[in-house]
Ligand binder design. Sequence first.
Ligand SMILES: Nc1nc2c(c(=O)[nH]1)N[C@H]1C(S)=C(S)[C@@H](COP(=O)(O)OP(=O)(O)OC[C@H]3O[C@@H](n4cnc5c(=O)[nH]c(N)nc54)[C@H](O)[C@@H]3O)O[C@H]1N2
Ligand SMILES: Nc1nc2c(c(=O)[nH]1)N[C@H]1C(S)=C(S)[C@@H](COP(=O)(O)OP(=O)(O)OC[C@H]3O[C@@H](n4cnc5c(=O)[nH]c(N)nc54)[C@H](O)[C@@H]3O)O[C@H]1N2
Ligand code: SF4
Ligand SMILES: [Mo]
Length: 751
Amino acid sequence: MSDEDWQKTACILCGVNCGIEVKLDGRHIARVRGNREHVASHGYACEKAQRLDYYQNGKDRLTSPLRRRPDGSFEEVSWETAIREVAERFVHVRDTYGGASIFYYGGGGQGNHLCGSYGASTRRALGSVFSSNALAQEKTGEFWVDHMLFGTGLSGSYQHAEVAVFVGKNPWQSHGFQRARPILREIAADPNRALIVIDPRRTETAEMADYHLRVRPGTDAFCLSAILGVFVQEDLINHDFIRARSQNSDEPFAALTDVPVADYCGRAGVTEASVRDVARRIARASSVSIYEDLGIEQSLHSTLNSYLEKLLFAVTGNIGKPGAMNAGTSLTGMFGGALSSAASPVGGHRIIGGMIPANVIPDEILTDHPKRFRAMLIESENPAHSVADSTRMREALRALEFVVVIDVAMTESAREAHYVLPASSQYEKWEATFFGAAFDTATQYANTFTLRAPILDPIPGTLPEGEIHRRLVRAIGAMTDDDVAPLHAAAAKGRAAYANELMRVVSERPHLAEVMTVLLYETLGPTLGAGNENAASVWGIAHNFARRYPESLRRAGFSGEGAELGDALFDAILKNRSGVVISIDPYAETWRRIHERTINLTIPELIPELKSLREEHPSCDPEFPFVLSAGQRRSSTANTIIRDPQWRPKDPAGALYMNPADASALGVQSGGRVRIITKRASAESVVVLTDTMLPGHVALPNGTGLWYPDREGQEFQYGVAPNELTVTEDRDWFAGTPFHKHVPARIEAVA
Ligand SMILES: Nc1nc2c(c(=O)[nH]1)N[C@H]1C(S)=C(S)[C@@H](COP(=O)(O)OP(=O)(O)OC[C@H]3O[C@@H](n4cnc5c(=O)[nH]c(N)nc54)[C@H](O)[C@@H]3O)O[C@H]1N2
Ligand SMILES: Nc1nc2c(c(=O)[nH]1)N[C@H]1C(S)=C(S)[C@@H](COP(=O)(O)OP(=O)(O)OC[C@H]3O[C@@H](n4cnc5c(=O)[nH]c(N)nc54)[C@H](O)[C@@H]3O)O[C@H]1N2
Ligand code: SF4
Ligand SMILES: [Mo]
């Protein structure tokens, strides 16, 4: 193999999607290295990328559409049959109960969001109204708080921050921003900078930290309030900033003036001195960036925690400057509408950013309410595994009249479906993430986008999602030969003619706007070359981006008037395998994206909860004396993207982490077995002893407990599936976020 054999693509195992180069050996991804030319990751990749072949060549990859037989087993059917029957059955559900009874769960995982762009056409063609995905069990509370305070999402700049704070986040393992490990090392090594971690566990990140507030699980609301209380009581607030840039500060400041700091520190299990040190370090920093993640989102007071976390940087003026929190560009406007007043059809649960809380999905199905969901389309997510209470989620799926799963592998959700449609893998088609990959300098910040080209032919029998949805929309009857004929003709004349004709056709036939992405796939797609059609929806996305952010795009070096600007962006994206800088903004731009250029400090809905903390004393049920964090990110977890347990050869089952003091009280050794009992169920696990865990706190990894064939093809479940142990009602009262990191449990030694 020569040097030319290296092909540029990206890792899809977590949301940062590092640029990588791979060498193939036949159909195997044989070697992997970071792509130094990549605009955002600059050659960085973690050890997980070395194991991508376990994804690409999983033994349970799907190679044919499957249809469930009356006896429950599956039979292979042709694509023609599958598409026709799936369309007919969805149309039947729609005609009987209305399109709103068809629920969509999906849109992509850590690296494949084009499927969601195409899925949107099928949803609209069916008149489906409600949808959700994994973000509705982690980030919706945060989105809502961001939109209340700022009218936009803000993100940190860890590379340039003087002080970086991680709250319930372990970036050493979970990343979440580009080049996380070298950046953490740089901060830790610099005496003028500081790393602050708030986490009950002495994580790899906490080991490097200058300050580690080792809170008791579930007490962050007290800890964060105490830090904010110190800000107000020691007068560490940035008053000039508050006067110039904010409104409605009276209520939260009044509440914080009253915070009994020492008392709250006691409830959180941290010393008052350490909390005061942290508050002072944050307040005197020239720039602070803060990352909140699952440790506080999937635990008690989830949405309130997000509010308090954002007040930490807001009241110290860490917005709209280098090293602090800034509002970037978004390719999809994905999280717009966070504040809509929509509610779920049965339970009236708050819909944030268009997503129904994942924890209430079974309640929206397992009822005789006339508006209950009757059918579900699941795409690139595995809710039978990843949503709380797997038993109940399976029961809900079985109660539906019709379930279709689009996936690359035979997942726990696919097992519950009536039809399973096999997608080509993320290395067999054009794909991309919309999470964005930012970087920044002293004077400006930027966003990038990376479109991946296929490095392998699709496995026979599979199709890219664009083609699957194009066929479905055709079969549903929402796009006809008549609709597409003028566009095919125009596309042959070039992009400009095509754009004009598209406008004309859609204004004449407005229903086509609903299925825009498959219309692009079918009519613009072929002009991109055979096998490249799946990139077509990016054209529309590039044009929308150019309309929303023309100045940012020009600063990134793009030129042209009107539609030319969007085309220039699309061409660059299509051509470039190492990512494209799509926007550059001076820091002041953040204020133009913040509503009325002013932050609003009061969230009326959350003030009563903030005040009521006073009356709350953390306690535990003697029947369940442990707190189980069900789903910890480790060096060998990647959600359920890799299903083969052998990808973590050292720990194929995924052990329970436990403090040695707890183990000796129970009489178990490292490598021994325990039974974990929750109010829902119980499961057996291997234990690993580690004093990185606090006594009373145990943790299981995420992504374990999947069914997978052994060498003889016999299927086994490896490790504990965390959501067999969780319940749907343990969730945030406001956003519905599950308390996966805070599951009351009892542990017993297994003889
Ligand atoms: N290696 C790896 N990386 C991943 C993923 C993966 O599967 N594997 N998944 C990706 C995805 S989808 C996501 S959302 C992110 C999640 O990334 P993280 O949120 O960083 O992941 P977790 O390990 O689930 O939880 C973070 C931390 O919360 C802590 N925690 C538990 N209880 C509490 C508490 O009460 N308070 C506080 N303050 N902390 C607590 C845990 O000890 C843990 O260190 O990771 C992404 N990156
Ligand atoms: N108890 C507990 N539960 C949790 C969590 C936790 O910490 N604890 N974490 C939560 C979080 S933060 C998240 S993000 C979710 C993650 O859980 P899910 O949202 O269910 O997503 P993944 O496990 O990432 O599953 C991705 C699916 O996409 C499929 N796939 C891969 N490539 C392709 C492709 O090209 N096309 C298609 N169509 N499919 C493809 C994979 O086979 C897999 O089935 O889990 C949540 N659930
Ligand atoms: S797992 Fe995440 S951090 Fe590691 S190489 Fe892949 S994308 Fe990069
Ligand atoms: Mo996630």
